[in-house]
Design a protein around this ligand. Structure first.
Ligand SMILES: [Zn+2]
Length: 314
C-alpha cells in the first residue's frame, strides 16, 4: 500500500455531458493519460470506483430531489436545473459512482489504510440539497461532510476550494455550522457564476468567522495566488481540523474556456503540498482531494496531476 491512492475506472468517467458541453465525459481519461505519462500511476494505489446507495445521497439531498434525478436519468432529456446541467441517460448512476468513490475513500482514510486520496471528477460543489446547479447533480462534498459526522463522529472538517467558481453548494449548506472550516479562493462573483462568495460572507450565527471567502479579480495570476494562499494556511491552523477536503478545480488555471483566472498548475501543486503538511500535523495525515471543475483538458491533466504528485511526495 502506498501513502496515496487515486480512483480510476470507466464508471467514474461516465459522469459528464455530451454534445459539446464543457463538462464532457472525456475528462477522466485526459487526466489519466497524463498520470501515466508522468509515471504517477506506479506510485499510487489505484482504486476501483464504487457506487453509493440511495441512503448515502439522503445524508445531504432531499428525497424529492433524488427521485427527480432518478426519473430524469431514465428519460435522459431536459435539464436538472434551469439550464446549465442537462440530464443524460444514466446520470443518476454516474453521479452515484462519484459520491460512492468519495465515500469509499473516506472509509479507507478513517480506517488508516490510505491517508491521502484523490478522486477525479468529484467535487461537485454547486448542487444544493434540493436541486442541481452548475454541472453538478449530487453534491459529493456535502454528502461526505454529513457522512464524516454521522457515521465516523468526525466534527471539525476543513473544506478548501481553489476552483475558479465559488463553492456555493457547500458554503450555504454549512453557513451556520461552526465546525465546517471553509476556505475558498475564487474569481469575484461580480464577474463569474455563481455570483456569490464575497469577503464579508464569513458564516452565520455562532459560525461567524469559520468561513473564509477570498474573491480575486479576473486575470489573477500566481503572484496573486501566493499573496493570498498563506491566509488559507493560517486560517486552517487556527481551527485545527480533523480532516482536510480539497476541491482542486482546474478551471482557475490560465486558458480555461469559461473562466478568466490565470493560476498555473504549479499553484495547485503548492496548495496541495501545503495542505498535506497541515494534514500531517493536525489530521493524522488525512486529506481527500477532489478534481472539481476544469474545462481545458490540458490544464485539467496538468493541474490534477500536480495535486496527485503532492499527495504522493508530500
Ligand atoms: Zn468551477
Amino acid at each position: 500500500m502506498s501513502i496515496a491512492a487515486v480512483y480510476f475506472g470507466d464508471d467514474l468517467g461516465r459522469y459528464g455531458f455530451g454534445d459539446g458541453h464543457p463538462f464532457g465525459p472525456d475528462r477522466l481519461f485526459a487526466f489519466w493519460a497524463e498520470t501515466v505519462k508522468q509515471n504517477l500511476d506506479k506510485q499510487v494505489s489505484i482504486m476501483t470506483p464504487v457506487a453509493c446507495d440511495e441512503k448515502s445521497l439522503l445524508q445531504f439531498h432531499t428525497q424529492e430531489y433524488i427521485d427527480r434525478v432518478k426519473q430524469a436519468s431514465v428519460t435522459g432529456s431536459g435539464y436538472l436545473d434551469s439550464g446549465d446541467t442537462p440530464a443524460f441517460k444514466g446520470v443518476f448512476e454516474a453521479g452515484s459512482y462519484v459520491v460512492g468513490s468519495d465515500l469509499d475513500a473516506i472509509q479507507r482514510m478513517i480506517s488508516g489504510e490510505t491517508p491521502r486520496i484523490f478522486v477525479p471528477i468529484a467535487g461537485l460543489h454547486h448542487a444544493r440539497r434540493d436541486s442541481a446547479a452548475g454541472f453538478c447533480a449530487f453534491n459529493d462534498c456535502g454528502i461526505i461532510i454529513e457522512t464524516l459526522r454521522q457515521k465516523y463522529g468526525i466534527q471539525r472538517i476543513a473544506y478548501v476550494d481553489i476552483d475558479a467558481h465559488h463553492g456555493d453548494g457547500v458554503f450555504y449548506a454549512f453557513e451556520s455550522d461552526p465546525d465546517v472550516i471553509f476556505a475558498d479562493i475564487h474569481e469575484d462573483g461580480r464577474y463569474l457564476y455563481p455570483g456569490t462568495g464575497f469577503a464579508d460572507e464569513t458564516g452565520k450565527g455562532n459560525a461567524r468567522g469559520t468561513k473564509l471567502n477570498i474573491p480575486v479579480d479576473p486575470g489573477s495570476d500566481d503572484t496573486v495566488f501566493h499573496q493570498i494562499w498563506p491566509q488559507v494556511e493560517d486560517f486552517l491552523i487556527e481551527f485545527k481540523p480533523e480532516i482536510i477536503l480539497l476541491q482542486a478545480g482546474a478551471d482557475s488555471i490560465e486558458g480555461d474556456p469559461i473562466t478568466h483566472m490565470r493560476f498555473s498548475p504549479a499553484a495547485h501543486g503548492h496548495a496541495a503540498k501545503h495542505l498535506v503538511q497541515i494534514a500531517d500535523e493536525y489530521c493524522q495525515g488525512r486529506i481527500l482531494a477532489m478534481g472539481g471543475g476544469g474545462y481545458n483538458l490540458n490544464n485539467l491533466a496538468l493541474g490534477w496531476n500536480e495535486v496527485l504528485k503532492a499527495l504522493i511526495t508530500g
